[in-house]
Design a protein around this ligand. Structure first.
Ligand code: HEM
Length: 170
């Protein structure tokens, strides 16, 4: 059950936000399509810039202080992954969408002994599907009358819908 749910919704959401990200940044989309050698770094940037998991939950193992906050044993904390992925102390110009970004040590698959079991499969799905989509629909464009909308939820992040004109406009 865990593998089914952990592996299905996350990758679905990744494909939607990756396509949206490229359409929002036409210069990056042009570079992406012109150079298949950028596929790997591009997928890492899709994962960082608008990743499918907003938060991880951890239980505090023992009382301690972190950045001036007292954390008590047994408390539940939410680690905001997408916020960490825009940390200006860690990433240069973090709000810039850059498919060549290197290094790109994002937190999207978590860290430690419970790091995502399916991270390599998820990356491979992203590499194959996003390129295949734009090869099939090179003129894809946003439908200006129906802007993308995001899921209203604490943990998953993704689009409820992404209306596109697949043959382009005009
Ligand atoms: C872009 C897609 C995906 C994202 C963003 C993602 C993200 C995550 C995150 C943040 C965790 C928790 C890591 C932690 O607690 O430190 C996790 C765990 C997990 N993921 Fe993924 N995941 C993705 C795709 C997949 C796929 C495709 C599969 C399996 C086919 C999968 C299976 C799992 C499993 C089984 C765990 C639990 C690992 C454990 O507790 O030891 N995930 N994932």
């Amino acid at each position: 059950m865990l593998i089914l749910f952990a592996g299905h919704e996350t990758t679905t959401n990744l494909l939607g936000t990756s396509i949206r990200g490229l359409l929002q940044h036409p210069d990056q989309l042009d570079r992406f399509m012109a150079d298949p050698g950028l596929t790997q770094s591009a997928v890492e940037e899709f994962l960082r810039y608008d990743g499918p998991t907003n938060a991880l939950v951890r239980n505090v193992a023992r009382d301690h202080e972190l950045h001036g906050r007292h954390l008590k044993e047994g408390q539940r904390v939410f680690l905001m992954i997408n916020s960490a992925n825009r940390d200006p102390e860690f990433f240069d110009d973090p709000d810039r969408f850059d498919i060549t970004r290197t290094p790109n040590r994002h937190m999207t698959f978590g860290q430690g002994i419970h790091t995502c079991l399916g991270s390599q499969l998820a990356r491979e799905e992203g590499r194959i599907a996003v390129r295949a989509f734009f090869e099939r629909f090179p003129k894809a464009a946003f439908d200006p009358d129906r802007p993308p909308a995001y899921i209203d939820a604490m943990v998953p992040r993704g689009l409820v819908h992404l209306h596109l004109h697949l043959e382009g406009r005009g």
